[in-house]
Design a protein around this ligand. Structure first.
Ligand SMILES: Nc1ncnc2c1ncn2[C@@H]1O[C@H](COP(=O)(O)OP(=O)(O)OP(=O)(O)O)[C@@H](O)[C@H]1O
Ligand SMILES: [Mg+2]
Length: 265
């Protein structure tokens, strides 16, 4: 049974179950992403972060349960309504090779940012598109890399290009999957500060997935921890960081002993 969405949630998953073939990958995910704040979805590799995000952007659909964005259940939307809802969202997807971070491999860095912006802002002049594109690239430190093609980027540069593309859209819901991968510690901290500042200025809702604890601590107003396809802890960041639950405490402390081991997920 999929209940109703909470009124103050920008995104909500209710009892979401997802099977790939006969393998259960999400096992009843309940997740609330409050509006106008940064929520970090934290979990070990293979825990189900990307599958969760891909439900929210409508790329995949649950076997059971419901996904709500802005209070609207995705399964009940027509294609036209889904397209309209997507205009409120910008996402950095994890993607897989050769589509790392969902970049268009036939376009250089500049066009990867400018092209979706042109689609969303058909009335904007090319000058305005260029101004916003270059400002977004400057924010992530890639203004000098505008001409580079995706296959010539390091993985961190590809991630920053995708982040610039998402920020340029000035969406009210911004989702960044696999935030930390490929990004060095210093730039990651700088990007956290940038996201915090942008969130404060725009009052957007951010959902960021990561396995990096320092990024989680810098970013999060709220934290949800996913393990083996279930949310096992969630709430205000400080209360989750103080949790003594086995998996949560191991993730947060980066301990080698505990329920998370190489062989599992
Ligand atoms: N299309 C698919 N078909 C089959 N299994 C899948 C598919 N996509 C994901 N899975 C499985 O679902 C589980 C969760 O994967 P997911 O990509 O969500 O993990 P993650 O938490 O994002 O990990 P990472 O931090 O490494 O990105 C994994 O066991 C994975 O093998
Ligand atoms: Mg992932």
């Amino acid at each position: 049974m999929a209940g109703n969405a909470s009124p103050d949630a920008a995104i909500e998953l209710v009892d979401v179950v997802k099977d790939f073939d006969s393998v259960r990958v999400l096992d009843g995910v309940n997740l609330v992403v409050p509006r106008g704040a940064i929520t970090v979805l934290l979990g070990a590799s293979g825990a189900g972060k990307t599958v969760t995000v891909n439900h929210i952007v409508g790329l995949i659909h649950p076997n059971q349960g419901a996904v709500y964005v802005n209070g609207r259940q995705l399964a009940r939307l027509s294609d036209a309504e889904m397209t309209e809802l997507r205009l409120d969202m910008a996402a950095v997807l994890q993607g897989s090779l050769p589509f790392t971070c969902g970049l268009f491999f036939s376009m250089n860095v500049y066009e990867n940012v400018a092209s979706p912006l042109r689609q969303r802002r058909p009335r904007w002049s090319e000058e305005r598109i260029e101004q916003v594109t270059m400002e977004s690239l400057r924010l992530v430190g890639l203004a000098e890399s505008a001409e580079i093609m995706p296959d010539e980027l390091s993985s961190g540069m590809a991630k920053r290009t995708a982040i610039a593309r998402a920020l340029a859209l000035e969406a009210s819901i911004v989702i960044i999957d696999d935030f930390d991968s490929g990004i060095d510690g210093v730039r990651l901290a700088l990007l956290c500060d940038l996201l915090r500042e942008l969130q404060r200025d725009s009052d957007a809702t951010l959902l960021v997935t990561t396995h990096d604890m320092s990024a989680a601590r810098r970013l999060a107003d709220y934290v949800a921890v996913i393990h083996e396809g279930r949310i096992i802890a969630s709430g205000e960041a400080e209360s989750v960081f103080e949790s003594t639950e086995d998996v949560v405490a191991q993730l947060i402390a980066g301990e080698l002993t505990g329920p998370i081991q190489l062989r599992s997920s």
